[in-house]
Each structure stands twice: as structure tokens, then as C-alpha cells.
Ligand binder design. Structure first.
Ligand code: HAM
Length: 467
């Protein structure tokens, strides 16, 4: 409790000025008669608002991901943000950072152990089993996009609430699908204008083939135990391969001399990896075999891959990653279904697009502006606006703006082709002034004729702009 209080104090101090807090607190005491904690007017640490100015980048990312999903034959699936906690803990693995340090888990009011999803793959695999998708023609390709939560140290590109685009393929173990999903990620990045990315690939074999390899790895790490911090020493017993994920210099030096999974693959996994590399060569897609790439989630088997970009300082950022998880559905208690998937970090894609000044989404431009003056005109224009919108014409207004001059200034800023004006006189007579902004001509028409008149003006403006 004391710890909680001191943490709240820290957040308050950091985020809102003392003066504001005192002022807010005083106000709250006055209103309710008891002291309440002031409301902190910002999101919790590691979470953020995405404001209108940034939306064109997000819209572009969403559009490119959705288009790729259609082109590559993926169907959309949406799963809940909250799931039972053990759906994540067992397949992702206790002892992994995602589960031990980063999972947002809590007891629901009905005392169920639940968690905010830290990723999508396990939830999608759960939905695949639950909805009997194994009877669908194979492969079953599922696409999802949304928020995920990890209690990470917040910094640029690392958030506690972040967004991912996910592509999962169930029902095939052919390495051609591994190659296709890597190729698809390359195509997505290209379509977003993100260049100079690096693809790292590796194979980590099957759970069965890793047993012998883990023995070797344990004996190697045990011989270098004194060079590892206690956190990594503990992993020697539970999952020695996870030590490769370390960012600690000393640990990385130890890892450099460790036996590598790729040299200890079973025959089928070796063949699978060889075929994948041949497909990638065929695609002319430059890649690096990275024998220390293991990924931080336990459910992977055979292929693993990661996509990096490098900033001006040469610092690497993972834009996405994925791999094969042929035994995940089995871990969840169903029959084993071979599967491969990809997760792209949308927040990091947006950051990268901004850094590279890549093309943003162009919001559709309204073609018509509706101006009004006086109370009666205002009332009439609300219905006229709805009628124009119903006719499928993109229309703008500024009901809140007072003077006609201010409204017209706004109309020309928007660059519309037609401005409609309803004044007091027009409102009483049931007419509208239609001003063609391209030719500068204007005429007064009966209100009921407004849609065909707009269409006529828009047609002529297309002709003028095509000349
Ligand atoms: P992951 O590597 O943990 O894989 O996450 C995929 C991507 O999500 C990362 O490369 C990164 O771009 C982004 N990401 C992860 N954590 C954060 C964070 N805290 N803030 C911002 N971005 C973040 C998975 O999640 C797997 N489920 C991918 C997959 C799909 N494997 C098979 N299918």
C-alpha cells in the first residue's frame, strides 16, 4: 500500500505541476466534502493518445496491411483483448520476459485469472481450435490488427500499449509458406516506403530435437556460469536457449561461443530450413542467417525470423518477427496443427515512416461546402447536409462558425468545387445559392434540385481540371 502511494506520488510529480495538483485537489474537497485524489490528466505511463495529426500515417499502415491481407488470401479475425491468463503463460512460457515481467494480469470481479493480450498468436490459435477451423480447406489464413499490452520500459518504439498487425497460416508445414510470409512482410514494408530493412532467419528445430541440443547447451553454459548474471544462470536449467536473447555484453560474449541450434537440427528440420533458404534465394530477397536468433516466445519450432531497420546511429529496431509454431495447438490441448505467422509492430512502422518521410494516407477531400447564415438557415442546413451526404457526396460544413465571411474562408481553405449558401432569404423561400468555385459562377435554385445541381457542377469541374 505504502509502495503504491509513493508510486502515485512519483507519477503525479512527474506529470502534472504541483500547483495544478493542489488546485485540483482543493476543488475536489470543496465539491464532495471529502479529500479525493486528483485526476491526472494524461494516460498511464507507456500508453499514449494518437492525435489527428498522426492519423494519416496510421491510416496508411492500416490500409497497406488490409490490402495485403486481401491480396494474400487472409480472412480477418478479431479476438478479445482480455483472455484467461494461462492461455498466454503456458505456450509463451513461464520464465520468458513477456510472461514474467510484462504480462498485465489480474483477477476479474468473478475471481478469474485473466490477462491483457501481450500478442495475438495464442488467441488466434485458441479461436482456431474453439471454432473448429480444422475442417476448413487448408491452409487457413487469418489476419488481425489491434492493441496488445506489455509492461516494458517505456521509450521511443517501446510502449506498454502498442498495436500489431498479425498474419497467421494454419494447416501446412510446407516451407513455401514460410518463404511466402517473409516475402509478404517485405512487400508490406516496400508499400509503406520503408527501405533498407534486414531479414534475419534461423531454425530452432522441434521440441523433440531440442532435447539433445539443450543438454549440450546446459553443459556449455554451466562451464561459463561465473560470467553470467543470476537471471541467466537460472535460465540454464529452465530454458538455456533463452539466454541467446540477452542484450547484456558479457552474456553475448558467452553466447558467441555456444553450440548453435542450427548445427543440431533433426533431419526433417534441416531439410525444411534448406528448402526455405532455396525459396528465399529464388525470390531474390536478401537475408542473413542468424544462428543466435531464438525469439522471446517459447512456442516457436523450426523457422524463426525477424525484420530490422537501422536508424542514423546504426541502432537496430525490430519492426516485426515471426516463425513456425507447429506444436502450439497441441500445447493448448488440441491436435497438432502446423502453422506459421508474422507480427508487425504498427507503432514502429509509423515511427519508421516518419523518420523516412514516407508517403502518408491522403484523407479524402470534400467536394462541397455548405454555408448558412441566420437561425432558420442553420435549421434547414442540417437536413440539407444529411441529404447531400446520403447521396454519397463528400460534404463539409462549419455550423459552429459565425460570419459568412469566416465560413467562406474555410470553404476556400478546404479547396471545395462547390459552395452552397443558405441565408435568411433562401431559408424562407426554400432556395439555395449554388456557387461553382471553379468557374466562379453562381445561381439560386429550388432546394429540391440541389443534388442534381451539385452533380452537374462536379461533372463540369472534372472536365475543367482535365483540360
Ligand atoms: P514479437 O516479436 O514479440 O512477436 O512482436 C512483434 C512485433 O511487435 C515486434 O517486432 C515489434 O515491432 C512489436 N512490439 C513488440 N513489443 C512492442 C512494444 N512494447 N512496443 C511497441 N512495439 C512492440 C509476436 O508478438 C508474435 N506473436 C509474432 C508472430 C505471429 N509469430 C507468429 N505469428
Amino acid at each position: 500500500m505504502a509502495k503504491k502511494k509513493s508510486m502515485q506520488k512519483k507519477v503525479t510529480k512527474k506529470t502534472v505541476s504541483k500547483k495544478t495538483v493542489k488546485k485540483q485537489a482543493k476543488k475536489i474537497v470543496k465539491l464532495s466534502g471529502k479529500v479525493e485524489e486528483p485526476i491526472i490528466l494524461q494516460p498511464v505511463r507507456g500508453m499514449r493518445d494518437i492525435l489527428p495529426g498522426e492519423q494519416p500515417y496510421w491510416q496508411q499502415v492500416r490500409k497497406v496491411l488490409e490490402n495485403s491481407a486481401i491480396e494474400y488470401g487472409f480472412s480477418r479475425i478479431d479476438t478479445p483483448v482480455v483472455e484467461y491468463e494461462n492461455l498466454f503463460t503456458r505456450p509463451i512460457g513461464e520464465g520468458s520476459d513477456v510472461i514474467d515481467k510484462e504480462l498485465y494480469s489480474f483477477k476479474s470481479r468473478s475471481r478469474d485469472n485473466v490477462a491483457l493480450r501481450p500478442e495475438f498468436t495464442t488467441s488466434i490459435a485458441r479461436a482456431y481450435i474453439q471454432h473448429g477451423m480444422n475442417i476448413l480447406p487448408k491452409p487457413v489464413k487469418l489476419f488481425s490488427m489491434g492493441r496488445a499490452y506489455r509492461y516494458e520500459k517505456p521509450q521511443e518504439g517501446n510502449y506498454r500499449e502498442f498495436r500489431q498487425g498479425n498474419f497467421e497460416i494454419f494447416g501446412e508445414d510446407d516451407p513455401i509458406l514460410d518463404a511466402q510470409i517473409i516475402q509478404m512482410s517485405a512487400s508490406i514494408l516496400k508499400n509503406l516506403g520503408i527501405k533498407n530493412v534486414q531479414f534475419h532467419v534461423n531454425s530452432i528445430g522441434t521440441v523433440e530435437s531440442r532435447k539433445e541440443y539443450f543438454k549440450l547447451l546446459r553443459s556449455y553454459f554451466n562451464s561459463k556460469k561465473h560470467k553470467l548474471s543470476s537471471r541467466y544462470r537460472d535460465l540454464i536449467k529452465t530454458n538455456p536457449m533463452r539466454i541467446f536473447d540477452s542484450k547484456d555484453d558479457k552474456c553475448m560474449q558467452v553466447c558467441a561461443g555456444a553450440p548453435q541450434a542450427i548445427d543440431h537440427l533433426d533431419k526433417e528440420s534441416r531439410e525444411h530450413f534448406k528448402n526455405l533458404l532455396e525459396y528465399l534465394d529464388e525470390l531474390d530477397l536478401p537475408y542473413t542467417i542468424n544462428p543466435t536468433l531464438v525469439r522471446g516466445l517459447d512456442y516457436y519450432t523450426r523457422t524463426v525470423f525477424e525484420i530490422y531497420s537501422s536508424d542514423e546511429d546504426g541502432k537496430k529496431h525490430a519492426l516485426g518477427g515471426g516463425g513456425r509454431y507447429d506444436q502450439l495447438t497441441e500445447t493448448l490441448g488440441s491436435e497438432a496443427v502446423p502453422a506459421i505467422g508474422l507480427g508487425l509492430g504498427m507503432d514502429r512502422l509509423v515511427l519508421e515512416m516518419k523518420r523516412l518521410k514516407a508517403k502518408k494516407y491522403q484523407m479524402p477531400r470534400p467536394k462541397v461546402f455548405l454555408a448558412q447564415l441566420g437561425n432558420l438557415a442553420k435549421k434547414k442546413s442540417l437536413k440539407t447536409f444529411a441529404e447531400i451526404e446520403k447521396a454519397g457526396i463528400l460534404v463539409a460544413e462549419s455550423f459552429g462558425r459565425g460570419s459568412l465571411k469566416a465560413q467562406l474562408r474555410y470553404a476556400s481553405k478546404l479547396g471545395v468545387d462547390v459552395t452552397l449558401i443558405i441565408g435568411q432569404k433562401e431559408a424562407l423561400e426554400g432556395t439555395i445559392i449554388v456557387k461553382n468555385m471553379i468557374t466562379g459562377t453562381q445561381e439560386t435554385i429550388i432546394k429540391d434540385k440541389v443534388i442534381p445541381e451539385i452533380k452537374k457542377c462536379l461533372k463540369s469541374s472534372v472536365k475543367v481540371s482535365n483540360k
